[in-house]
Each structure stands twice: as structure tokens, then as C-alpha cells.
Design a protein around this ligand. Structure first.
Ligand SMILES: [Zn+2]
Length: 112
């Protein structure tokens, strides 16, 4: 697992999820994930769970800059990885993933 510069780490529960996601991506799909955001930077909504340390963003492979978009092929890989993570129950209930144009958003909707 790699980190972009200035990523602020999320809470312990979400760090655990991050580790599970990276482990799953590496073992089952051969991708090391890159964390692009934690509880830092600006996010789409003021209620974003990023701000309370309950979300992180990642990419499956290094892209050329933040503006690069996920290709249709990578979108399908991302969908397959997410389905597989849920099917194998690798992350706690309440973990959701959203495929965004240039990253995958992951948040934990458990307590609080
Ligand atoms: Zn996000």
C-alpha cells in the first residue's frame, strides 16, 4: 500500500478496512493500492465522512496525476474487486465503495 503526499490517516477502524482492501487487491488481483486521501483535503459534501476520519480514497494503480480518469477496463476491474470484497466478507458490515471518475471512495457507516 502506498500513500500520496499529505494524506491524513483516518480512524483505527478505517485503517483496518484500508489494510483489508489492500491485502485483498494484492492477493486476489495483483494490485497494490495507492491511498490518495484520508481525512484531509476538500470533499464533495460538507457531511462527507472524510472529515471525521471515516472514509478514504484510493486508486488501483498509479495514474499520471489526479486528473487522470479510470478507463472503462479499470472500471470493470474496480467493480469486480468491490463485489469480491463484499462476497468474501473481507470488510465489516457498513463499508461502502463508490467508483468515482479518478479514484474509488470507501467509507465506513458503522458507529459513530
Ligand atoms: Zn472519498
Amino acid at each position: 500500500m502506498k500513500f500520496c503526499k499529505n494524506v491524513k490517516l483516518p480512524c483505527a477502524e478505517v485503517l483496518f478496512i484500508m489494510r483489508c482492501v489492500d491485502d485483498h487487491c494484492q492477493k486476489d488481483f495483483g494490485y497494490e493500492i495507492t491511498i490518495t486521501s484520508g481525512s484531509d483535503s476538500a470533499h464533495s459534501t460538507p457531511q462527507s465522512r472524510h472529515y471525521i476520519g471515516y472514509a478514504f480514497d484510493f486508486r488501483l494503480k498509479d495514474l499520471d496525476g489526479d486528473s487522470s480518469s479510470i478507463s472503462p477496463q479499470d472500471f470493470d476491474i474496480a467493480k469486480a474487486i468491490i463485489a469480491s470484497i463484499h462476497k468474501k466478507e473481507r470488510v465489516p458490515n457498513g463499508t461502502i465503495f463508490v467508483i468515482e471518475p479518478n479514484h474509488i471512495h470507501c467509507q465506513y457507516n458503522g458507529i459513530p
